[in-house]
Design a protein around this ligand. Structure first.
Ligand code: C2O
Ligand code: CU
Length: 472
């Protein structure tokens, strides 16, 4: 990856000379990046026709941004689009004014303008960045990229493999289907789903892995709405006779940038915006990456052993989440009743101070979803809490659809039902909820600011599934 070269070219010893935002201390090492958002004709693989995307630095996915835990990311951003935009650093416990939410934490970056993002990265893990204005269109057209923060002790090489998955909707002329943007059918159902799965910007690529030994895959779902399920096919050497093909078990070690109590699974499901890091015991057994969410096994990518890995994979020495599961005895409980969408039970809702029928809201405002009877947006206050308070978001998905609920600014603990029949206590920033599910998302409100809580099926967010939590 050419971004690995960029990584090496960066100055390792620069010091903060300009004005530093809160949270940045003198003497911290700074990683400089430059991102430009611009319309880019893009060729998918060997397709003869280019399709018009919106990309960062004319790449899909956008360039890999990487840093070491404790460093400062300094990103000079230029908007060469013909529409306003911002960048959100998904999963980073950010300084509020660097969080990239237009009209909430910053003004939109207008066409031709620049914006300087600068913030410390205090957690090692797998993150990503993406546009946060008209995200249902800007992200679907390619405005996103991976962000990896490594612990000082971690090494890089083929044993640490990035899998950035996206789901594109492509029409019969091999162009992005632009007529479907804003389609109410999609917005009221599971969002705008695609028909072509890319891995690291390509269809069915071949991905270099080490010839043997322990390795790690970092899976990121950047789709605007598609829930993806991955499995690995390989040769099972411990099978009775000679090697036989089957699904290789994975060991989940990290979710949404937080280490977890490791567990084994055959399938990893990721809602939009979620990340899961898994270890594979023996790279020599690994053959293909399968995507199984449709009930069929599609080959998403194949793996190609290369013997150039210079560093052995070293698991994190003392992996732990940034805080332990808090005691909730004196917690502030915030009930969030999610309703709306097709086949739902919401008949009317409050929108801009007025009670209106869902039919009227759908037809005239493209609003379809509500929290506690309110159509949400960047202006809907869900709660105000004091800094340091333990908060339980008691969320009830009273709709016929899955939702992938994301909290900005801090991560929450959840008893996850996302990995088969066993539950797992996980520290996440995005939780995939099934229809009818009730879940408590518990967090310590330790980051001051205005933080969005919303569904990361980006059409759902645009249609009302979102609100703001104020921490001060
Ligand atoms: Cu990844 Cu509010 O977003
Ligand atoms: Cu949703």
């Amino acid at each position: 990856m050419n971004s690995r070269r960029n990584f090496l070219q960066q100055s390792l010893a620069s010091l903060a000379l300009s004005v530093m935002p809160t949270g940045v201390m003198a003497g911290q090492r700074i990683r400089h990046y430059q991102l430009t958002a611009e319309p880019t004709p893009h060729f998918f693989d060997d397709k003869p026709l280019a399709t018009d995307l919106l990309l960062y630095n004319r790449q899909s996915p956008g360039p890999l941004i990487s840093a070491r835990k404790g460093e400062i990311l300094d990103v000079e951003f230029v908007n060469n689009l013909d529409q306003p935009t911002t960048i959100h650093w998904h999963g980073i416990r950010n300084i509020n004014e660097m969080d990239g939410v237009p009209d909430l934490t910053q003004a939109s970056v207008e066409p031709g303008e620049r914006y300087h993002y600068r913030f410390p990265v205090n957690d090692a893990g797998t993150f990503w960045y993406h546009a946060h204005n008209r995200a249902w269109e800007q992200v679907a057209l390619g405005l996103y990229g991976p962000l990896i923060v490594r612990d000082q002790s971690e090494t890089t090489g083929e044993h640490d493999v990035l899998i950035v998955a996206d789901d594109w909707l492509i029409n019969e002329n091999e162009q992005i289907d632009a007529t479907s943007f804003g389609n109410l059918g999609h917005w009221s159902h599971g969002g705008r789903l695609g028909n072509a799965l890319s891995i690291n910007g390509q269809f069915s690529p071949s991905i270099p892995i080490p010839t043997n030994g322990l390795m790690k895959l970092r899976l990121i779902n950047t789709a605007n709405a598609r829930i993806l399920t991955f499995a690995l096919s390989g040769t099972l050497s411990d099978a009775p006779s000679s090697a036989s093909a089957g699904e290789l078990p994975m060991r989940v070690i990290c979710v949404d940038g937080s280490p977890c109590e490791p567990f084994r699974t055959d399938r990893v499901t990721l809602g939009p915006a979620q990340r899961v890091d898994v270890e594979i015991n023996d790279a020599s057994q690994l053959q293909t990456l399968l995507e199984t969410s449709t009930g069929k096994s599609l080959e998403a990518a194949s793996f190609k052993p290369v013997s150039t890995a210079q560093n052995e994979y070293r698991p994190l020495k003392d992996p732990r989440p940034y805080y332990a599961r808090p005691n909730t005895t004196n917690a502030k409980v915030v009930n969030i009743h999610m309703q709306g969408g097709a086949m739902g039970n919401l008949s009317s809702a409050m929108f801009k101070g007025e009670m209106r029928s869902l039919r009227d809201l759908a037809m005239n405002e493209s609003k379809l979803w509500a929290f506690n009877g309110n159509i949400g947006g960047y202006d809907l206050a869900l709660t105000e809490v004091n800094l340091g308070k333990v908060v339980v978001l008691s969320v009830w998905n009273d709709t016929a659809w899955s939702h992938t609920m994301h909290l900005h600014g801090q991560h929450f603990w959840v008893k996850s039902r996302e990995f088969g029949k066993n539950t797992h206590h996980l520290l996440r920033d995005t939780y995939l909820m099934q229809p009818g599910e009730k879940a408590d998302l518990t967090f310590v409100a330790d980051n001051p600011g205005l933080w969005l809580f919303h569904c990361h099926m980006l059409e759902h967010h645009a249609a009302g599934m979102g609100g703001v939590i104020a921490v001060s």
